[in-house]
Design a protein around this ligand. Structure first.
Ligand code: FE
Length: 257
């Protein structure tokens, strides 16, 4: 078993961007996931708080840090089960929270048991911003087809952190998991296989990089794998990501032809 305490990736006065800790057993088939919490003024935002599988652990971590009543927003990068299958549990615990998810996935939510449309804020394809009580404007940046049809990253301009969902994900060999990348080149092999097969195409990768290049990013925080810190590593990551061949680029290879 590997363990990690929750820790802030950014902390300044009334604004924090926290990576939640883990205590997962590594055996089993569930993919490892990261969860993040943004606190701004009196408002709390959860980023991809995860599936039913991890709910008790994530709830305990969140409750240790904040008052559940202060959770105002739950952001889902996309619809996958490891991201959002805990949605009904979170909506009942965080009574004042609104869920933000691509408008393409809203009609699928009743299949998770969500029927109250008033608690869902569909994100339009072009993205939108979310202004928090502390004055911070979080930006939902489209990341369509990376890997989901309707998919978003979330940029925090105060913390200069880009939460990227599955973009930048890494899968570690057993016992080799770490929370923060220290050697970018050594980290690359853990990211390559995942991106090659889960991301839709190089055209989608390039489109997203074109959007995020204009942002001032110090940290990339993915939903699986490790956090990429520092402008040099962020730059290396974006260059690598815009050059990868994946999905439909290698469709014959995937079919085994
Ligand atoms: Fe996913």
């Amino acid at each position: 078993m590997q363990q990690l305490e929750s820790f802030p990736l950014f902390e300044e006065k009334d604004h924090r961007f926290i990576m939640l800790g883990w205590e997962e057993k590594e055996e089993g088939m569930a993919v490892q996931t990261n969860q993040y919490v943004v606190t701004s003024g009196k408002e709390i935002v959860l980023l991809d708080p995860g599936g039913a599988h991890l709910f008790p652990r994530v709830l305990a971590n969140v409750a240790e840090l904040v008052d559940l009543k202060s959770i105002r927003h739950i952001f889902y990068s996309h619809q996958d089960p490891d991201v959002s299958s805990g949605i009904t549990l979170w909506l009942s615990m965080a009574e004042k929270a609104t869920v933000h998810i691509s408008e393409l996935w809203v009609r699928f939510l009743p299949h998770f048991g969500v029927y109250d449309e008033r608690r869902i804020a569909p994100i339009p394809d072009r993205g939108e911003t979310l202004t928090l009580s502390g004055g911070v404007r979080l930006v939902m940046v489209p990341s369509h087809f990376l890997h989901s049809t309707g998919c978003f990253s979330l940029y925090d301009p105060r913390a200069k952190i880009l939460f990227t969902g599955d973009i930048g994900a890494a899968l570690f060999p057993k016992g080799k998991r770490y929370p923060v990348v220290t050697d970018f080149e050594a980290h690359l092999p853990y990211m390559e296989g995942f991106h090659r097969r889960y991301m839709a195409s190089n055209a989608a990768c390039r489109s997203w990089v074109r959007s995020v290049r204009s942002l001032d990013i110090e940290t990339i925080a993915p939903q699986h794998g490790a956090v990429i810190q520092g402008r040099e590593n962020v730059g290396k990551f974006l260059s690598w990501f815009e050059g990868i061949r994946c999905g439909t680029d290698i469709i014959d290879q995937i079919y085994g032809r």
